[in-house]
Write a protein that binds this ligand. Structure first.
Ligand code: URA
Length: 435
């Protein structure tokens, strides 16, 4: 096979076979195809698209560029969740212990913050001592002992994705639904799962701002999971405002603890229960998602989900005393309050700007070299549709970076749009699909 011929074939809108795609991915991963040729292939695919079969072939080649974890020695269905990311999205920390407490095996490999969104690994590492960088033997032993593990990607998992993602990042080929699908699914399938719940976000704080794009991504991910004979349920959910009220790594652990202890009002509790309900259903522990939601609520009210979270934290080296007494966590030097400058109904938020503001305070990375301040972030109180009175507290900012405070205050005030008319509350779960 000849690389130039295959690039030309894609450039001319033709379909590549499984063998042809495997040749390109495998030889690129081995360093036999140079970056400039693979970039040309990616751009041809970005512009002309890949059909469902090609997407499955890309996924397969990337998946088998590394190791697929065999979890057959652990009894029970292995179910994970993947979210496309958002502001204040901490559901993994909540639903993994809930589903595990209900008897589902949850092998979860997560990522770091990307752009304006937070990452599960950064949140977990806000817990002193908690290690996400665990090798495969420890990954399996934690899973065997408590039914859930929350870890980072190891170098054995889909190494082709790591290389290709870096190249996509610098060749303007990230925003391609087939390439995003292959990237996400190659990593998820390597975990050795039986089923997957997908949370595809849409709105101002999501990567897929438009509903139709989120729908297309959910469809592509679902079809690809099905091609690998995995059970899958996808939800398209609202990201026009933060999930919950806390944004920032420790702040999000704190809010997760509150939910796991039964303080569950609002969009965060609702979405977490829905996603864990779907995991419980796919894991064969309920006869419907709704029954899974009820079981999730029982896991929280009985204290079993919080105990499971403590067990996971302990097994992964984290300080459980701080989970039991979160108010003892080190405080930020600055805690500033932001007040509403006028009255009205909250019509919309610029959720992207809220995410960016938390990055400014130290909660995320502007460059890969930046160090995260786990304490930093924002507590953002109002929800769309709420009536706000002039002078009311709308947010608090927590940071050690005094020089950032004024800028972030302006950013947050601008991220809020008030209306004289009562505005409708956005639907949290916009649609769902399963194949
Ligand atoms: N997340 C991934 O893992 N891959 C992508 O391509 C985009 C988001």
């Amino acid at each position: 096979m000849n690389t130039v011929d295959l690039i030309r074939k894609k450039r001319e809108h033709n379909t590549l076979s499984e063998q042809e795609i495997n040749f390109l991915v495998t030889d690129y991963t081995k360093g036999k195809i140079p970056d400039y040729q693979f970039s040309a292939f990616l751009m041809a695919g970005y512009l002309n698209g890949f059909n469902a079969k090609e997407t499955a072939s890309l996924t397969k080649s990337m998946l088998y560029s590394g190791r697929v974890i065999n979890l057959d020695m652990i009894k029970g269905k292995k179910i994970d969740k993947h979210s496309t990311g958002g502001v204040g999205d901490k559901t993994s920390l909540i639903l993994a212990p809930i589903a595990a407490a209900a008897g589902v095996i949850v092998p979860m490999i997560s990522g770091r913050g990307l752009g304006h969104t937070g990452g599960t690994l950064d949140k977990l590492e806000a817990i002193p001592g908690f290690t996400t960088n665990i090798g495969l033997p420890k990954y399996i032993s934690v899973l065997q002992k408590c039914g859930a593990v929350l870890a980072g990607q190891t170098k054995e998992i889909a190494p082709a994705d790591k290389l290709i993602y870096s190249l996509r990042d610098v060749t303007a080929t990230v925003e391609s639904i087939p390439l995003i699908t292959a990237s996400i699914m190659s990593k998820k399938l390597a975990e050795g799962i039986d089923g997957l719940v997908l949370d595809v976000k849409t709105g101002s704080g999501a990567f897929m701002k438009k509903y139709d794009d989120a729908l297309a991504l959910a469809d592509s991910l679902t079809r690809t999971a099905k091609a690998f004979k995995k059970k899958v349920i996808a939800f398209i959910t609202d990201m026009n405002q933060p999930l919950g009220n806390y944004i920032g790594n420790w702040l999000e652990v704190y809010e997760s603890i509150k939910i796991l202890q039964g303080d569950t009002p609002g969009n965060l509790g609702d979405l977490s229960f829905h996603l864990s309900g779907a995991m419980i259903f796919l894991g064969g522990k309920s006869s419907s998602i709704q029954e899974g939601v009820e079981i999730s609520k029982q896991m929280v009210s009985s204290g079993k989900a919080f105990d499971k979270f403590l067990e996971i934290v302990k097994l992964q080296g984290g300080n459980t005393e701080l989970i039991k007494h979160p108010d003892k966590y080190t405080k930020s030097k600055i805690r500033e309050t932001i007040f509403a400058e006028s009255s009205g109904y909250l019509e919309s938020t610029d959720n992207f700007q809220i995410g960016m503001a938390s990055l400014e305070l130290g909660a995320g990375r502007m460059t890969m070299a930046d160090k995260i301040d786990p304490k930093a972030g924002i507590i953002f109180y109002p929800k769309i549709g709420d009536k706000i009175k002039k002078g009311e507290i709308i947010a608090e900012i927590l940071t050690d970076k005094k020089e950032k405070v004024d800028k972030v205050k302006i950013q947050l005030k601008r991220a809020i749009n008030l209306s004289n008319k009562k505005t409708p509350v956005p639907k949290l779960i916009k649609s769902s699909m399963s194949l």
